[in-house]
Write a protein that binds this ligand. Sequence first.
Ligand SMILES: Nc1ncnc2c1ncn2[C@@H]1O[C@H](COP(=O)(O)OP(=O)(O)O)[C@@H](O)[C@H]1O
Ligand SMILES: [Mg+2]
Length: 268
Amino acid sequence: MAESNNSTLIKIEDVSAVFQGITAVDNVRFTLEKGKIYGLIGTNGAGKSTLLNMISGNIHPTSGRILYKGKEINRSSSHTLAEKGIARTFQNLRLFGKETVIENVKVAGQGKFRYSVLQMLFNTKTYRNAEKKLNRNSFDILRNLDIEKYAERRADSLPYGIQRKTEIARCLALNPNLLLLDEPAAGMNPKESAQLVKDIREVHKKNPEMTILIIEHDMKVVMSLCDYIYTMASGKIIDEGTPEEIQNSEKVIELYLGHGKYAESKRA
Ligand SMILES: Nc1ncnc2c1ncn2[C@@H]1O[C@H](COP(=O)(O)OP(=O)(O)O)[C@@H](O)[C@H]1O
Ligand SMILES: [Mg+2]
């Protein structure tokens, strides 16, 4: 895609991740432009989650450079990056199961509405206003994702699809520049995943500046949602393009048919 400029949010330059001699991500380079929705597809073990983990600061590259808004973030922690606008969901859910849906979202959004412990203890106006605003914002997010009616329910009492959406809601509470979703439709039925596509589109319409990178196995989700798709196999990007280009890519077809040279994982 385009060279690095003002519209570039993430630039990945020859990034590798090696775990005990196993190369999970192998010299990958790509860019994410502001305001676009990207797909990252590929077989199991291709290195997709590892790549996402590096962008979010959960692990650090062995070599290469990751630039966010033109600045290197190779060694930044996930916490720092979340504050700077990179939010993510995990392949395995990480909710506070015993808390309600709305509490989960509020906790995530709290950092944005700063007030001191003293203000909170004495229930000052600043605190009350911040609390009101946080409440309003959190409910708005639930409404946008169509899960408002579950607000007061305990997260772990809800169907998996709703829990997944609650995770996305937690990310949105951070008002991110970059939203990274690791298999958000996993475990959803076709109706739920079709609704998820609609919801993500709606969220993006309301925040057109937000860049979204979505790892997903459900091709319907990827093809109907993404502007541009990267395909990984054995740690490398083997092809990239628009949904139409990817659907017609011989390399990708070969990969998914299962008898191409990329089909078998070469790792132990
Ligand atoms: N923390 C880790 N330690 C060792 N190996 C890992 C670690 N994380 C991932 N891997 C290995 O890296 C490869 C890519 O994994 P992953 O990024 O999870 O693939 P994907 O998300 O595409 O299915 C796999 O072989 C996996 O076993
Ligand atoms: Mg994965």
